[in-house]
Unconditional design. Sequence first.
Length: 318
Amino acid sequence: MLMFEAIDGSGKRILIHRFSVHELKAMSLRCPYCLKPLRVRQGRRPHFAHISACSGESSLHVSWKRRIADSLMNAGVRVETEWTIGQRRFDLWIPEKEIGIEIQRSPMSADEWIRRARLDAKQGQTVRWIGFHPSHGVTFRLQGWMRQAFLENEYLDLIVDNQIRRFRHPLPFAKHYVYCTVQSLSLSDFLSTELPSFPRKFSMARWQGIVLRYRQRPFYPSLPPRMLKLPLYEAGFHLLNLPSSVFLPISHLLSYPVHPFEFQMAVFLRLKGVYSSTALEQAVFHLLHRLDIPFERPMIDLLITEWLERIEEANRLF
């Protein structure tokens, strides 16, 4: 079977008919299943070919697919493997509940996740995405698709320590890192079409440790100097003498591609440390406009409400 799809280094989906052979040869392309390098093979129909043999999926992917299928069948749940429905193919398919299961081992961009999610919504099917925890514990680095899955679904199911855990209530503390509440996952919770409530478990001591490490490291902000570094030093501040209320755990900042602490510092400097609902809203609008970041008003309202609540909590604590 000829192969017409690959992924690049960022996990972006590459379709062979959208690029010239010359452009494709300049890319670093890999198989979306086994992640091995691909080359472009020319002929009557140009296609991708493996430089070395491909098993189709990594051994870890295959083993977890079998393990999940066995667990479902042992619980009396009928399950199909490698099931195609419409324009989508799932690792596993549960016909009774019309739930597809995707085990995502290879890199995938947010755009590709959105494309698949839109197809799923159009076809009226529910999908359970299962990723792999890149390390261990309650903090981890979000891969391309994970942020979008968090924003859409409000949770992320990850394989960690040989079990599937549900990660909830993400609190960003860097541009791609989050601190989460981790939930043990039962079969009924996994198959439920409604997200069961689960309280946020938050350790202030752990958060303060995260903030302290950030304060002590060299300061190379990603925001333009005129927006943060210059105003910070002109106001007589540096990371160590800023108030604790500048390093708040604000979940709704996950919606924006900014460093959460840098964004809070920029707002603090603009407001000179005096917060009100109207002033905070204006400062957030101003910074998002300057950074050319699109936003929706309802999301801003949620952000402002949460931000003011965190400030009030910080004032009581500190």
